[in-house]
Design a protein around this ligand. Sequence first.
Ligand SMILES: CCCCCCCCCCCCCC(=O)SCCNC(=O)CCNC(=O)[C@H](O)C(C)(C)COP(=O)(O)OP(=O)(O)OC[C@H]1O[C@@H](n2cnc3c(N)ncnc32)[C@H](O)[C@@H]1OP(=O)(O)O
Ligand SMILES: Cc1cc2nc3c(=O)[nH]c(=O)nc-3n(C[C@H](O)[C@H](O)[C@H](O)COP(=O)(O)OP(=O)(O)OC[C@H]3O[C@@H](n4cnc5c(N)ncnc54)[C@H](O)[C@@H]3O)c2cc1C
Length: 673
Amino acid sequence: MSKNLSIVNKDLKEERDKINFNVEEFTNWFYGGAEKVKEKKYIENYFLSDKDLNLELDTSYLSYKDKYEEAVRRSIVVYKKLYKLHNEMGGTHEDFVKIMENLRFTMGAINPEGNPFVLHFSMFALTIMNMTNDEQKAEWLPRIFNCNILGTYAQTELGHGTYIQRLETTATYDPKTKEFTLNSPTLTSYKWWPGNLGHTVDHAIVMAQLYSQGKCHGIQPFIVQLRDSETHKPLPGIDIGDIGNKVGFQTVNNGFLGFKNVKVPYKNMLMKNSKLLEDGTFIKPKNAKLNYGTMVIIRVHMIIDAACRIAKATTIALRYSLVRRQSPINPNEIEPKIIEHITQQNKIFPGIAKAVVFKCMADYLTKLHLSITQEGNTGNLARMPELHALSCCLKAVCTNEDAKTVEVCRLSCGGHGFLRSAGLDDVYRNSTAAQTYEGENTVMLLQAARFLIKSFNEARNGGSLTEGVKYLFDFIGRNGKREIFDNSINGILRAIQAAAAGRTYIAWKHIEDDKRHNSIEVATNLAGVHLTKAAELHGYVCLLQVGIEEIEKIIRNVSPALGLVFKNILELFAVDLILNKIGDVIQHVDISNEDIEKLEKQMETLFKFFRTSAIGVVDGFDFSDPIIDSTLGSYDGNVYENLINAARKSPLNQEDVNRTFHLYIKPFMKSNL
Ligand SMILES: CCCCCCCCCCCCCC(=O)SCCNC(=O)CCNC(=O)[C@H](O)C(C)(C)COP(=O)(O)OP(=O)(O)OC[C@H]1O[C@@H](n2cnc3c(N)ncnc32)[C@H](O)[C@@H]1OP(=O)(O)O
Ligand SMILES: Cc1cc2nc3c(=O)[nH]c(=O)nc-3n(C[C@H](O)[C@H](O)[C@H](O)COP(=O)(O)OP(=O)(O)OC[C@H]3O[C@@H](n4cnc5c(N)ncnc54)[C@H](O)[C@@H]3O)c2cc1C
């Protein structure tokens, strides 16, 4: 996609002239190679240049219903083109994945408040791919791929989203008819939240308690038809609709769903893991948590989403900060670019570093997921709990950081940041939604903490630990002595590890003490705040550790100039992290006031170096103007022109006098009260 052809603001041009590394080289890293960047640009342009999308229409001014209908219309334009492009590319599965990966960015520009088909192409398709036997794959996958059926993932209910063991929807098997009967026995058993469910899809994966031979066998996935394939009317026994206005995701069409004696054929229970014989005999899976697999995949994907949202928000905030001038630093000098205020650098630069480190983590976790899944396919499930704990932990830490950073970016744009046209509100809404969906973040941290406490016990008993938690041995080995701080990247890593291990110890001790007069479960609940803090610190350990390893590799493979930028980014991430977690660090590390002051000084030096590279890095994230969709963050930096042009498009500005003047205001003013 070509950059905006208008004249670039001179302040921004001056910044770009000073960039001392090759921006394209950075972009190639961010997207995984020059070829991938080419593909991304091609695909982006292929979709966004289509006039039928009518992207001139600002959907934020539409009503709730009109927004949904426009989002459906635009999505269909996109999906038709997607299949055309897929055929042109050769029609392989890999081609499809390539297009879908790139569409993730593009779709946000097309439907800024969410995609009414996202669950079909993510959780629905993934569940069918990963939880079905071969016959089921053969039956369903072609229909899903060709969009002959559209589906969603219906798990959460009005009464339960977190504690899925207690979902109430029932699926009772009758061996005589070879059918399940689905029921929603209570109001709280209604499915509530599934994306695209309200009025878009006609099928769903439904998680329900399986009853067979008079026993409950826990939650199992079923594929259920919800609407007639011709009329789209709800099928008999199906009570379905949209859950209404939300904080964001307005066009995702999240829905509710109740069942009354709905019949589902035997072959529709997904049988890769648990099995039900035709006579109703239940065969347990190797690991009951295998049915949670789709959630794990999505949590892994959510790390790159968080990285990209931060990258987008910091691009907007930085470009704006380089053209906005306000408040002279020296009373006699001209007003500086607001980035010259060091507090502004403190708001934006660490965010840019987070986007880069999260991207490193996303790459690492994607590879780990692939390798553990391959092991699982050969029957070796040993590393599943490790992957579960790590994905829960990082999903929580990265999306929490994401929402925090995006909000700081909004604040850093002052009043203009509060305008919708600044483009930060949709990013924020998506960020904060991600803190809740796919597992509420506190709950995710508690799952990770379970793994930490287990590992801590293992370490105390001289057992073996997985690579990522081996630092617990160091803590135990120090025998109560504090880690001595040294001001290097690895010294910072050891300090954060000591803080994470120390907090794990505090949580462990809390549980051990409380266990004397309480059950282990009650004791664990009472230690909950420590447990979440320990898990959060563990997440930062993982991010820094992987950041160090990945960035060292990157530096070996890129030009020296770009290598220096990566080194600077890594140090920014590390120093910002330790300064933000200094309270936890002080508890477990021998760190002096002088050390802390040195770190604060180091941060200022890092800012100074990064000051010239920052614009190159955000340009290197390579968000084209339609994707960035921001009056403050466009490539040309012509923010004031953009702002007034956007304001003129307000529906209220299409007439000089609004009818409310004659209807209400004038009579009121003339009434003399
Ligand atoms: C292509 C992609 C595009 C991306 C775009 C996406 C847009 C999406 C749009 C939006 C889409 C939004 C879509 C949506 O939002 S879909 C709905 C998402 N819902 C959730 O995420 C629910 C959250 N809750 C849970 O996941 C479970 O209830 C948890 C996990 C919390 C507890 O569960 P449970 O009560 O059963 O367990 P327990 O506490 O008794 O015991 C815990 C034990 O279990 C082990 N364990 C647990 N889980 C796993 C696992 N997976 N692998 C391996 N092991 C696992 C664990 O290690 C521990 O072991 P141990 O300590 O006992 O040894
Ligand atoms: C935008 C969006 C899209 C969604 N899409 C889908 C979808 O497509 N399909 C689907 O099935 N679901 C979907 N969901 C549902 C989502 O997965 C759940 O809302 C989420 O898992 C949280 O569960 P909950 O709502 O029951 O929260 P609750 O668990 O009720 O959380 C409320 C509070 O209780 C606390 N809490 C609960 N349990 C514990 C515990 N064990 N320990 C400590 N604290 C606890 C939480 O920390 C939180 O503070 C979506 C949700 C949103 C917001």
